[in-house]
Design a protein around this ligand. Sequence first.
Ligand SMILES: Nc1ncnc2c1ncn2[C@@H]1O[C@H](COP(=O)(O)OP(=O)(O)OP(=O)(O)O)[C@@H](O)[C@H]1O
Ligand SMILES: [Mg+2]
Length: 304
Amino acid sequence: MLEFRQVEMVFRSGRSRKKAVYALRSVSLRLEEQEIFGLMGESGSGKSTLGRIALGLLAPSAGEICWDGTCWTRSMPKKVRLAIQGIFQNPYGAFNPRHKLAYALAEPLLKHRLVRSKEEREAAVRVMLRRVNIDEGCLDKYPSQLSGGQVQRLALARILLMQPRLIVADEPTTMLDLSIQAQVIRLLQTVQQETKTALLFISHDVPVVTALARRAGIMYGGRLVEVGLVDELIAQPRHPYTQVFLAAAREQTVPELQQGEQKEGCPYVVNCRQAGAECLSYAPPLRPVSGEHYVACYWAGQCK
Ligand SMILES: Nc1ncnc2c1ncn2[C@@H]1O[C@H](COP(=O)(O)OP(=O)(O)OP(=O)(O)O)[C@@H](O)[C@H]1O
Ligand SMILES: [Mg+2]
C-alpha cells in the first residue's frame, strides 16, 4: 500500500541555511493493507517526520513514496491525500476553536463533495458519532467545551468520515489523562477491526504497541534500525539499540546515551560496544534475519 523508498529529510536552518538536521536517512518501509504498524524510538529519532511525510504534510528531501504502485518524490497526489488521514497529540489542534463541532464534522464532507444531500451528511455524522461513543448533543458545542478525550474521539470521527485507507496516529494519547488513554486506544483498536483501515501508530509506549500492532519498527538517529513482527521484536530484539530501548521501557527508565552526529556510518556507533571500523564508515542497511524480521546492524545476532 504505502511505501517509503530511501526517504531522506534534511531540515536546514540558520541565516545561510547552513545548519542541517538530518531527521531521516534512507528510510525504506512498506506498510501493508489493513495492518497496524507501531513506530517507536527515542525523542528526536524522526518518527513524527516520517508520519508527516506519510500524510503529505512534508515533502521529503530525497527518496520516493509510493501508493498502490504510483510513486512521487515531492508532492503527494491529491487522490492519495484523502486516503491517508492523521490524528495527533493535541486533539484541540485538529479543530478551529471558532467553529461548533456540527460544522467541524460536516465541513470535510462538503469540501470534498463526499455526500450529495444535507440528509446524507447528517446521517453520516450521526453514524460516526455512535461509532466513537459521543452524544449528538456535543455537536452544538465548541471544542473548548469538551474534554481532551472527547475531542480526540471527535477528531477520529472526523477523519473516519473520509473513509481513509490509512490512519497515521502520532502519539494520539500522550496529552490525555491516564484513565482516558486506555479508552482511546481501545476505541482505535475497535475502529480498526471494524473498518480494516491500516494504522501507522507512533508511540513511546511499548506495552501499548505490543498489544495493538502486528509489526513494529524502531527508529534511531533518523534511521529505521529494526523492523519485525511485534512479538518477535520484543522477544528477540537484534539491534543493540532496540535491546537498550526495550530494557529501559521494561524498567521504566530512559537510556542514557551519548549524542553524536553520525553522518555516514551507523547512528548508534558512539554507544555501541560491538561497533567495528565498517560501522563508522557505512550505515548498515536493513537486512532480513528471519521471516519478516529485519535489522540494520552488521553484528546483529553474532558474537564479536
Ligand atoms: N520543522 C523542523 N525544523 C527543523 N528541525 C526539525 C523540524 N521538525 C523536526 N526537526 C528535527 O528533526 C528531528 C526529528 O524530529 P521528529 O519530530 O521527527 O522526532 P520524533 O521521533 O517524533 O520525536 P518525539 O518522540 O519527541 O516526538 C529532531 O532532531 C527535530 O529537532
Ligand atoms: Mg514526534
